[in-house]
Design a protein around this ligand. Structure first.
Ligand code: 13P
Ligand code: SF4
Length: 301
């Protein structure tokens, strides 16, 4: 029996739903029950009926699934797959900002640790951040940890006062305006579809800005035949699945998140066989980090 067959049998036998982010390897996306962006996967996590979740992505995603489903067992193929940006803000900084701006809303991108979520008022993802921030009654917004997404949201919601943090995604930050201009020169007319974790200069020369799901939807609905993609190359799998007649070019050849690529068929199989590594969190932490996630699901409706 090959690996994929074994995975299929084990997940059925052990009542496991496999969820995967668009940035994991295409082979893993192909066998998942649900593939999505961070928001879609968080929403789905609240509705799946299986007893157990196998989350193919980075640690904060597995943690969010656990926080939203404390009664379920959440396992991850590689628990060391972590998002560096998730650690780019400290609790002390949140406390300082709260002192300086007593009416501030601490808006936390889901790419964050459970501890940081537990000190925040509401979570956001790249696909709902504008909507959620607009829906908040607060004028002062402390947006953590990503500076680039914060700058993008601040431009769309000029009526609010933003306090910025200096976190970033190392993979998206590497994409420069020159990469985009060079790619446009090679493929004139192809629209540039960009993730808002990119720097502002890059967003300014892009034709569409959106989360991974939004980029895929835009390309799928578009009449264009060629596209330039400014995000992690994992999205190419779904782009190509949905659009076999269209051509996608990455604006910079190596837009690869090494943590997302730690998820392989081998460790998916091993996780199902051994039922580990499991996402283990203190009850108290789950409770505290749950509130901002639930608030996000509510405001993003
Ligand atoms: P989205 O899934 O919201 O597009 O976010 C991308 C990302 O960086 C996930 O780590
Ligand atoms: Fe984190 Fe960037 Fe990797 Fe997403 S692509 S998990 S933001 S390092």
């Amino acid at each position: 029996m090959d690996k994929v067959q074994k995975i299929m049998e084990l997940k059925k036998e052990k009542d496991v739903v496999i969820m995967a982010h668009y940035y994991v390897d295409g082979q893993v996306q192909a066998l998942a029950d649900h593939v999505g962006d961070s928001f879609a996967l968080s929403k789905l996590a609240t509705t799946v009926t299986n007893k157990n979740i196998l989350f193919c992505g980075v640690k904060f995603m597995g943690e969010s699934a656990k926080i939203l489903n404390p009664q379920k067992t959440v396992i991850m193929p590689d628990i060391t797959a972590d998002c560096p940006m998730a650690h780019m803000v400290e609790v002390e900084k949140i406390k300082q900002v709260r002192k300086m701006f007593p009416d501030v809303a601490v808006v936390c991108y889901v790419n964050s640790t459970a501890e940081i979520k537990s000190y925040s008022d509401v979570c956001v993802t790249s696909s709902n951040a504008i909507k959620v921030v607009k829906a908040l009654p607060n004028k002062d917004i402390f947006f953590i940890p990503d500076n680039n997404l914060a700058q993008y949201v601040a431009k769309q919601v000029p009526e609010k006062h933003f306090i910025f943090n200096d976190g970033f995604c190392p993979i998206h930050k590497e994409i420069t305006k020159q990469h985009i201009l060079d790619a446009k020169g090679k493929h004139p007319g192809a629209p540039v579809l960009t993730h808002p974790e990119c720097i502002q200069e890059v967003l300014e020369v892009s034709d569409f800005i959106g989360s991974t799901s939004e980029i895929i939807d835009f390309a799928t609905k578009s009449d264009e035949k060629e596209f330039l993609i400014a995000t992690e190359t994992g999205v190419f799998y779904e782009l190509q699945q949905k659009n076999p007649d269209k051509v996608f070019y990455s604006v910079k050849g190596d837009q690869i998140c090494p943590d997302m690529k730690k998820i392989t068929l081998d460790n998916v199989l091993a996780a199902l066989e051994n039922f580990e590594p499991e996402v283990i969190m203190e009850e108290d932490m789950i409770e505290k980090a749950n509130a901002p996630l639930v608030q996000m699901l509510e405001l993003a409706k």
